[in-house]
Design a protein around this ligand. Sequence first.
Ligand SMILES: CSCCC(=O)/C(O)=C/O
Ligand code: FE2
Ligand code: NI
Length: 224
Amino acid sequence: MHTPIPRTNSSRPSPTNLTRLGNPLCTQAYQRLVTKRYFSFEMRAYWFDNLPGDQRMPHDSGRAIDTKRLEQLGVIYYNIPDTTRVDQLASERGYKNRDEIVISPESMAEKYEEKIKMFFREHLHEDEEIRYIRDGRGYFDVRSRDDEWVRIQVDKNDLLILPAGIYHRFTTDNSNYIKAMRLFKDEPKWTPLNRSAALDINSYRQLYIQQYLSDKAAKVSSNI
Ligand SMILES: CSCCC(=O)/C(O)=C/O
Ligand SMILES: [Fe+2]
Ligand code: NI
């Protein structure tokens, strides 16, 4: 069993820092530095246990993930109770559109099980992915440097940014309900590219590897 990590308000980032974190003009080192400062014990993340069982179960190995590891993967997390800060973040990062998705048997009827299986297929996007959780709970799993699964729990007011090119998947938890805001730079677009050998040479994947997984990237982050 896990020990829940307390969520505190003490180290939440200011809108200015939210902006800096997302600005593609920022260097990776700077981004990591700022992220490090504002990551706190708010996030619940751990190694996935890889045991058989429904994807919606916690699959908590009991080994928590240190926030530095998430930073090193380029994953950014905030808890933002004040939605005007999200508006600010969106406009500053150039996100013009958004929609809201409710994933539940009520909203998706017989398509629900099929949908959550689809979200749970390992994939990447050629754009960064921003999801702001409005209600319910779910899990984003992201691949570690050693290609193991790291599970990140998301709850109301959590905002997660996954960099383009990171292999990941998503599932609701066993409450079967989550409501999330999806932010888009342009027209609403959600194109998952499912993992394959051919996708490993995709240019967005290659860029992600270079920025976050390469030996050079590891060296930079260990110096921060
Ligand atoms: C919580 S939003 C639904 C999942 C999703 O949008 C996504 O992109 C998963 O990879
Ligand atoms: Fe996604
Ligand atoms: Ni995705």
